[in-house]
Design a binder for this molecule. Sequence first.
Ligand SMILES: [Zn+2]
Length: 454
Amino acid sequence: MADDLTFQTPEDLTRARDEVFGATLDRIFDCHPHYRALFAERGIRRADIAGVADLPRLPVTGKSDYVGNPAGFTLDLPASVDAEERIVWDVMYTTGSTGDPTPFTSTSYDFLNVLALNRNMLRLRGVTADDTILNLFPLTRHPHGAFARAMNAAAAYGIPVVAAMPGSPSPRHPDLGNRMDEVCALAGRSGATILWGVPSYIRKMLGRAEEMGVRLPSVRLVFVTGEGFGEEARRDLVERLKRLGAPDPRVSVSYGATEMQGGMVECVPGAGYHNPAPLQFAFEAVDPETHEPVADGEEGLILLTHLDRRGTTMLRYALGDTARLTRERCPHCGALTERLVSVPVRRDGFVKIKGMLVNPQALVDGLAAEAGIAAFQAYVDKEDAADALSMDRLVIRLSPRGVADDALVRRVADKVKATVGVSPVVELVAADDAALGGGNWKAKPIIDLRRRPD
Ligand SMILES: [Zn+2]
């Protein structure tokens, strides 16, 4: 396969895309449970879709289509197809519509693509053969792309990675996972040149490292995801690292999605988020209401199409954000690929908390079965209310039915952690307390009190 960031003309790129997409479409029309049924119902035939240019003829796929029927989005390939395309390599999970996270399946064929796209991400971000990554993502209860793909990215690039494993993954293994001070010491020992993780956690870690006298002179890059991350936060991370001895640190922001098993990345700050693998993904921007394509550079609902997948496979999938998309060659790195040239804004009602995508409805469903709760209201705020860049905090305020005890608080905390992946602070309040949001929690279970950094 050609190095898919070096196409010289849009025509060359389209030709290469259509070749891989053709093979994927053949399989989708024959073996994709959801699309086969949908296309039969709509009278859409394989011959109607010659390539990427015909994508607008297909309906938009919503997150609810996928999370309501994840098995229906995995190709059901016959034994006559090469085993590589059918063997399940791994399953990662994304936020579901109810309590259950939604599986995203990659076959061996897909995993090699995941390695290639993660290699491209590192290349775009300016990683060299001399770099070492410190993976600051925690182990999560459900396999999640962040921790695993940071390890895979280093493998694909042939560079060292040290996993800091913050947090405690399981009470069965109290010695697995590291507390903050251990993470700071590990960071100092690792000689890492790249810190990769959730920005508010990295910021907290750098603050503690400074208190401990840990020096990080080798760090030259910080990889973060873009949710709520602005120029103020970027400057703050750079200043903190300089105080720890890093001479010229830079922050590289990405826009990630489980459905990519990677993210769209910047080549230089402000250059926009690049599609890192244009032979694997095509992006479009459409009007959020009519789903008509919008002109390049105009704000639209961002759609992802898998051009070359065999496990979970999606066409024109709405990622849930709007942004401005351009297909112009990047003036900085020269890559011919789609770029988002504005910070994506969530439009689907989901909330990002500590880097985890949370569905408010899942929280409601998760707590519905708890007989000890009369009413509740969840809030997202900051650990330090005066510091807009401090860590996110999920607070569950609940009024108990009858007499509450510590066991109820513990059960609710465990249930919320299991349902949405975030450990909450649980507070008991009186039933008539205004803290319960005036009883509107069924309509708006999570109230976001965070001030967005600029
Ligand atoms: Zn670029």
